[in-house]
Design a protein around this ligand. Sequence first.
Ligand code: F0G
Length: 458
Amino acid sequence: MELPFAESWRIKMVEPIRKSSRQEREQWIKDAHYNVFQLPADQVYIDLLTDSGTGAMSDRQWSAMMMGDESYAGARSFFNMRDAVERITGFPIVIPTHQGRAAENVLFSALVKEGDIVPGNSHFDTTKGHIESRKAFAVDCTIDEARDTQLEHPFKGNVSIEKLEKVCEENKGRIPFIIVTVTNNTAGGQPVSMANLRAVRELADRHGLRVILDSARFAENAYFIKTREEGYADKTIKEIVREMFSLADGMTMSAKKDAIVNMGGFIATRHEDWAEGARKYSIPFEGYLTYGGMNGRDMEALAVGLDENTEFDNLHTRIHQVQYLAKKLDEYGIPYQRPAGGHAIFVDASKILVNVPKEEFPAQTLTVLLYLEAGIRGCEIGYILADRDPVTRENRFGGLDLLRLAIPRRTYTDNHMDVIAAALKNVFDRRDEIKHGYRITWEAPLMRHFTVQLEPVE
Ligand code: F0G
């Protein structure tokens, strides 16, 4: 008999989590104005709000933390982290920052100016924010296939080379760099193929441009290249990762994802001129160049995390779990962005709550219903997040309306996945009776989803 799949780790420390009653949750979500960001975490049973900073560190990471050197300048822990980053990515210059958006803030302060155009594949919100706040424009060149959630495509995160070519042709002299996000979070944690990264490199070379990888989930991307792209099955994850970064000029990193730490990030590059520009902003924004907002102990944990999470077994365990949940949803006929991505399942609310008008936010409604059903906290990646058009102030209803179930790394078991799937099925089975969603009673002028207040439409 063939042995079944099992995790590549065992559990040494546990953290109790608490179930609640439906009655309690009804009160709590009302108190939170029907916005799950406003819920105290103790009111959540299974927390799928994000996979960022919520992973479980290993015994090796915890023991490395005891070796942290907290010297202000020149800490040994910085050199350990720098060496690990260089070994894994090939980039010799490393500037630490406290998280991914800080890496964007520091590097873009040096590179992006008013009127610039920054093309890429679905920029993450903070990336877009750091471009737009400098009065520059983020142009999304993701392939059209990504917009059809039911279409199977192995690399739905890819950049459309035709779209990118057109943007580069029409904006000569205004493009500071191209940014490719691996994996493409906004499109559903979808990977970018090596062939696509190579095509972006060739295009950039032809136009004399540089390429940044927004690398939060680069290791998961490498896993998909190994398992889906021809010619990579026999390569190690570390070999694939080196090849990915050889096609770029630099990276911004949220280490809270694929380096499996609770906080941390960095910029890495092979270009001294970029580093020189970034250093000017790193010191006032983040801190001195050998800590940049991080503790010595956190830099040690980051170095170990990068090494561990570029091993196949660790990634296989992780992505197998996401695919396990996807298979359950397939059994129940629940539609999501196909195929399942690396870090999350993006449930297609607009295909489930078909009776809820878009003005009443179907994905937000599904998010609240899943919480009420079982205390599971997902998050809306839909019309509320899409915000209003800056000029017309109209809601932007043009994109997808999804409920993201982000799976923290090494944190929950497949039994939790069974609970999530069953809870979602219970809501799904009642979908025809659900005719109304929520209306906004208060919202912030920017990034409204964190603090928006809602009330049910009766
Ligand atoms: N880039 C990508 C692709 C991300 O997904 C994130 C964060 C960032 C940059 C910013 O990094 O949070 O360390 O400042 N994504 C989290 C999420 C918050 O839930 O998807 P950060």
